[in-house]
Design a protein around this ligand. Sequence first.
Ligand code: CUA
Length: 258
Amino acid sequence: MDMDKVEYGWWLPVDVSTHGAQIDNIISVLHWFMLVLFIGWGTFFLYTLIKFRARPGHNADYKGVTTHFSTYLETAVAVFEVIVLVGLSIPVWAEVKSDPPTPTEADVVVRVVGEQFAWNIHYPGPDGTFGKTDVALVDQSNPLGIDWKDPAAGDDITTVNQFHFPVNKQVLVNLTSKDVIHSFALPSMRVKQDAIPGMTVPVWFEAKATGQFEIACAQLCGLGHYRMKGFYSIDTEEEYAAWLKEQAESASFEDDYY
Ligand code: CUA
């Protein structure tokens, strides 16, 4: 992968996800709301500092505020927060996160296994079936613990920190971890999901543009957390097929292992 071509974006990361606009809309509304609150309360704070400063001939008033203005204001803020949550966030969450595709519905199914400090990526190969894996087989040369004696494993492809998938296709990632909790973050796909040992968590998305981007680990997971990054390439269908073929030809895990 050509690292010079990795895109980041100057403010929010470049958005190439079909569901990204909805997430960005929430982020945008929340930040404008916070800006209004910040300026509002900040101005009020400065006003009180000046208005109630110590001056000769002015004594403290122990009665406090007698109007209900601040109560109304706080109620309005709370109402707006409920609107943001119920009217905006929950519907987007329900649409984007609550209905995982089955492995047959998804166009591409991949396993991603986090470890300190790398992302192992497992493709099923042309037969579409993942080879069996077993923790007892995990070692330096077989980080995913693939059982190469399993007939379904023969054509499997594995990579470390290099993730490819095709544009305009639904991708289903079955995510887990070998050791501690990591978080699989694809900022430009607006995807972020904890990778939890002992659990397989489905993550799904679809890209609307090609390009090269960074995978981050978004959960502090140890001393090497900062360097637990990978790259992903969103390819055209032809590029993706060519890449898979190239990986299959250069795959040498099996030969190394036996
Ligand atoms: Cu893995 Cu941070």
